[in-house]
Ligand binder design. Structure first.
Ligand SMILES: [Zn+2]
Length: 280
């Protein structure tokens, strides 16, 4: 009887999986309680996009990805419980991200695209757009480790200029490491897309459940296939220089509700260790 009781208790422990750090700023994450977990989980959306809902203690908690473009001040999530719609307000605080100027020697990575380049860029957008739209119901794995051992070379959110041309802000975290350094899955998930893209180079997308996705860019080799289930720490491939880069590094993106958020919030414990390499 004792053993059976223990087995019954284990699932509730597993459900309390660690969640990312909350930081309600543009590019950050808001953790919002949305009801007692004794009730079925509500459906939550933010600007029309479905939001991840998971259990923490006796509560359902929405993990809202806040776009880098979000204005400071009050925003609302919509909550649907048995067809009953309500909304809940939360505040987004200011965060000023620094500017970064980058010189790209390969000019065709910034301007002067050929007809063929533009065709490839367009096709890439369609393929990756499908990956970014993946939503899997059920359990999530947000218990992340750093996907590569390296140096933090460029933080998330930087306002970017390529050859003095303003581009979209940096939507990932860059970890620099020599070509061939292994990249591992930071958490369990399913491979939902692999490809060789014009700007992003060799790329892998992972699905960790309910719109929590991660992507690995500029890889040298890819060691996984679409559809493959993967556990935390298993190899995805290696660090490389494919696509628009100035040197070997991993550009790592994490999405919540189709919104890139700061990956550092998921690996708060690993950040000081990786950062220490910058001062060596
Ligand atoms: Zn990057």
């Amino acid at each position: 009887m004792k053993t059976r009781l223990l087995l019954c208790l284990i699932p509730s422990v597993v459900l309390a999986s660690p969640l990312p750090k909350q930081l309600a700023v543009p590019g950050g994450i808001a953790k919002i309680p949305v009801g007692q977990s004794a009730q079925p989980a509500p459906d939550v959306s933010f600007y029309g996009k479905r939001v991840l809902v998971t259990q923490q203690n006796d509560q359902w908690v929405a993990l809202v990805g806040i776009p880098l473009s979000a204005e400071n001040g009050q925003h609302k999530i919509n909550i649907s419980h048995h067809g009953k719609i309500s909304s809940q307000a939360f505040n987004v605080d200011n965060k000023d991200y620094p500017a970064q100027h980058i010189t790209i020697k390969k000019k065709r990575m910034v301007t002067g695209f050929t007809e063929q380049d533009l065709k490839k860029i367009k096709a890439d957008k369609v393929s990756m757009g499908k990956a970014k739209a993946v939503w899997t119901e059920g359990s999530i794995d947000a218990d992340f480790i750093a996907p590569v051992e390296g140096r933090l070379s460029s933080l998330f959110g930087l306002k970017r200029f390529f050859n003095d041309i303003p581009k979209r802000p940096h939507n990932g975290l860059d970890i620099a490491a020599p070509t061939g350094t292994p990249i591992v899955a930071p958490a369990s998930g399913k491979v939902i897309n692999t490809g060789s893209y014009y700007f992003n180079g060799n790329t892998v997308f992972l699905d960790h459940g309910q719109g929590l996705l991660s992507a690995y860019l500029h890889m040298d080799a890819i060691h996984v296939k679409t559809g493959q289930q993967i556990k935390q720490g298993e190899p995805l491939g290696t660090v490389g220089t494919t696509g628009r880069v100035t040197g070997p590094h991993l550009h790592w993106i994490v999405y919540l509700n189709k919104t890139p958020v700061d990956p550092a919030l998921f690996i708060a414990e690993d950040i000081p260790r990786l950062d220490a390499r910058n001062n060596k």
